[in-house]
Write a new protein. Structure first.
Length: 312
DNA sequence: AAAAGTCACAACCGCTTTTAA
DNA sequence: TTTAAAAGCGGTTGTGACTTT
């Protein structure tokens, strides 16, 4: 027959462990070793189930656990391994001595995931985010003439208070990369957003001083620091490098066109018949009602691009 | 100063795989 | 070989600390 139950679940304590409980568990394991979790709680004088004791020991009390802030190297290792393994936290933890799968999982969800999103990288695929690619399609010169592109930019800038500066900079950069003649660019916005974006970059770039190189074969960018040529990275640093901005953006667009299709999300362009009053002023904010009203006039899906929660 | 909102993380839940009887 | 608990694992939640309003 099978094993006997590890414990009677009735009457057992749940929730946070007290220092007294921790000490009982530590004392028992120091004397008797870990394992045999079924009988451990009773012998150690703990009103906990064996599973709770095992998790407390493996995730928190084990003497070889390294506590404290993750180093940049550890963070880069996690990002690298996650790009290959996905959410295989225990496998990732095996490559990081002293770190538990639970700790790495928590750190990913609370820190790294958000950093990648801010950089325009999808934390699941480790590729450029599809909503940013959508932006590429809106400013693709092979689809629209200069007037239409200008209209698109104007409309996007009209709701700029809702947009992450990264989006605005990318929009401007895309247009400048496609057209030598930048007359239709709103230069003040461009400069302002470049400044804003450099601040964002300095604040959030998780790769620190990692250098970015061009991959001549795939014609996309990869991060040499991570040594993962199969995983494309879209980077602020790359886009802002001078004087090869146009070439870099062209590479990104080439990568996009090879790997994604935009048929389902391509906008049909037409100029809005009117513009909400507040959008004609220099106001930095608009109301929710105005936003909805304005977005409803757009034929491309601004709300879809501007998933604020995802960007911030 | 208090209330509301946000964040971080320990702990739990539930499913799958492994193991012991 | 079968069975059921233990162990492993990833997702989710509860809660205390901190920040913002």
């Amino acid at each position: 027959m099978g094993r006997t139950p590890c414990c009677d679940k009735n009457g057992l304590k749940k929730g946070p462990w007290t220092t007294e409980e921790d000490q009982k568990l530590i004392d028992y394991i120091q004397k008797n070793g870990s394992g045999n979790w079924r009988i451990l709680p009773k012998n150690a004088g703990l009103q906990r189930c064996g599973k709770s004791c095992r998790l407390r020991w493996t995730n928190y009390l084990r003497p070889d656990i390294k506590r404290g802030k993750f180093s940049l190297e550890e963070e880069e290792t996690i990002i690298h391994l996650h790009s290959i393994l996905g959410n295989k936290w225990s496998t990732i933890a095996a490559r990081l001595p002293g770190r538990t799968d639970n700790e790495i999982k928590n750190y990913w969800n609370t820190h790294i995931r958000k950093k990648l999103l801010r950089m325009g990288i999808d934390p699941i695929t480790h590729s450029p985010r599809l909503d940013l690619l959508h932006l590429n399609s809106i400013f693709n010169p092979s689809l629209y003439n200069s007037t239409q592109l200008n209209n698109n930019l104007s409309r996007l800038l009209g709701v700029q208070s809702l947009i992450n500066p990264e989006i605005l900079r990318l929009a401007n950069s895309l247009l400048s990369s496609h057209h030598q003649n930048q007359n239709f660019l709103l230069q003040s916005n461009f400069q302002e957003n470049q400044l804003c974006n450099s601040n964002v970059q300095n604040q959030f770039n998780p790769f620190g001083q990692a250098s970015l190189i061009q991959n001549p074969i795939q014609n996309i960018s990869t991060c040499s620091h991570l040594n993962t040529p199969s995983v494309p990275f879209y980077s602020d640093t790359l886009v802002m490098q001078q004087p090869n901005v146009e070439q870099s953006l062209s590479n990104i667009l080439n990568f996009n066109s090879q790997d994604f299709t935009f048929d389902s999300i391509l906008p049909t362009l037409s100029t809005p018949s009117s513009t909400p009053t507040s959008l004609n002023s220099n106001s930095s904010t608009i109301s929710e009602e105005e936003r909805e009203s304005y977005c409803s006039m757009l034929n491309f899906d601004i709300p879809n691009i501007l998933d604020v929660d995802e960007f911030m």
